[in-house]
Design a protein around this ligand. Structure first.
Ligand code: UT7
Length: 360
């Protein structure tokens, strides 16, 4: 990947480019075989239905903020930039460590990115990284987000999904893993960028309700109760709510049908926007949920296997981290050369989806 530090003005930029990537995954790696100690499953079932072989899970000593910080440090090192040069921090996550502050602000503190630049999280589940790139593109072009001397955005995708997994239930818990990856993004007048994001509100296909179940009457005003939702005041009702709603739940078949529909449509959308036909694009980096989803669409579109990068066998589904983790692995394998063109396509809870066209 080309490492440059140009000082050109943003004024005429209209694309964005990724100039650095870094990743961090927890040390603890559980194989499908390992999971058999905890539930009635098999390597054969998981592998044949999803392509997943292992996943990395945080232990008590690791947190999402730790992973996001490490990935960000590596991305900055890869791009050759200093904390003082970062002008915007966004973290795509649906498993934040704190309700407030955001993971982005925690990373800003850990890395020492000086104050005065925006830092915030977004939640678009597995489409979060694509949503984030679209935001960066818009903000940079509006010249609103970066002070003139800070030209780079830090875009993180990070998840600690193990916090939301019910390991007594085999159908969802075997699918997900933890991890983070980060990209350094800058405006470019040479590299083209196209993006499309969308959602169709659906609260039943894929959801987890982790907070807000414990409504404690705090005040009464004109006969109406103002309730406080303090998760630390554990009542029996709250505990029951956690048991019922706190974990990630999914209607797997519904999500599968949704995923193949939007993945196929988004490949066409990206080809149309970029004017690069799918047959000519170097790689299509899909959200790493299930190899069967990718294979289904690949066959439908009659595209070769080599075009679709996959690393879900190692990490499982890492939601908002999945696309940047794939890009970081591709970089490590020397697949991102100057001129490489990619479609990235995400889909997930919301239901959300989106695609972007990137040039390296
Ligand atoms: O990032 C969000 C995007 N998410 C996705 O893209 C997920 C999309 N959906 C899927 O990938 C698939 O629907 C799954 C992999 C989640 C499930 O595959 P499926 O072919 O739809 O399986 P199923 O849920 O219909 O279950 C089939 C059988 C059931 O047994 P019976 O009722 O047929 O006897 C399940 O109880 O497989 C059983 N089963 C398991 N067996 C062993 C479910 N989970 C497991 C398991 N190990 N872990």
């Amino acid at each position: 990947m080309e490492k440059k530090k140009d000082r050109k003005s943003y004024r005429h930029m209209n694309g964005i480019e990724i100039i650095g990537l870094g990743k961090a995954v927890p040390e603890t790696r559980l194989t499908n075989e390992d999971l058999r100690q905890y539930m009635d499953t098999s390597d054969e079932w998981i592998r044949s239905r999803t392509g997943i072989v292992s996943r990395h899970l945080c232990t008590g000593e690791e947190s999402l903020t730790d992973l996001a910080t490490e990935a960000s440090r590596k991305a900055m090192e890869d791009a050759g930039i200093a904390p003082e040069e970062v002008g915007l921090v966004i973290c795509a996550t649906c498993t934040t460590d704190y309700m407030v502050p955001s993971v982005a602000c925690a990373v800003q503190e850990n890395i020492g990115i000086p104050g005065g630049v925006p830092a915030f999280d977004i939640n678009a589940a597995c489409s979060g990284f694509v949503y984030g790139l679209q935001l960066i593109y818009s903000l940079m072009n509006a010249e609103a987000a970066c002070r003139s001397e800070r030209k780079y955005a830090l875009m993180i995708g990070g998840e600690q999904l193990s916090k939301m997994l019910d390991f007594s239930e085999r159908s969802v818990s075997v699918l997900f893993g933890d991890g983070a990856a980060a990209a350094i993004v800058r405006g470019s007048s040479q590299k083209r960028f196209f993006c499309h994001t969308a959602a169709e509100g659906d609260r039943s296909a894929l959801y987890a309700h982790t907070v807000g179940r414990n409504q404690i009457p705090a005040m009464e005003y004109k006969g109406k109760r103002i309730v406080s939702e303090n998760p630390l005041q554990i009542t029996e009702a709250y505990a029951a709510g956690i048991m019922k709603d706190g974990y990630l739940r999914m209607d797997g078949r519904k999500v599968f049908r949704f995923a193949v529909r939007v993945l196929a449509a988004e490949i066409d959308q990206m080809a149309e926007q970029s004017k690069v036909p799918a047959e000519e694009i170097d790689y299509i980096v899909c959200h790493q949920a299930n190899s069967r989803i990718i294979d289904y669409v690949r066959k439908q579109k009659n595209l070769p296997e080599e075009k679709f990068f996959m690393n879900l066998q190692e990490y499982g589904n890492t939601s908002g981290a999945s696309i940047p983790l794939a890009l970081a692995d591709m970089k490590d394998r020397g697949m991102l050369k100057p001129g490489t063109r990619i479609f990235c396509i995400g889909f997930g809870a919301g239901l959300t989806w989106g695609g972007c066209y990137l040039e390296f």
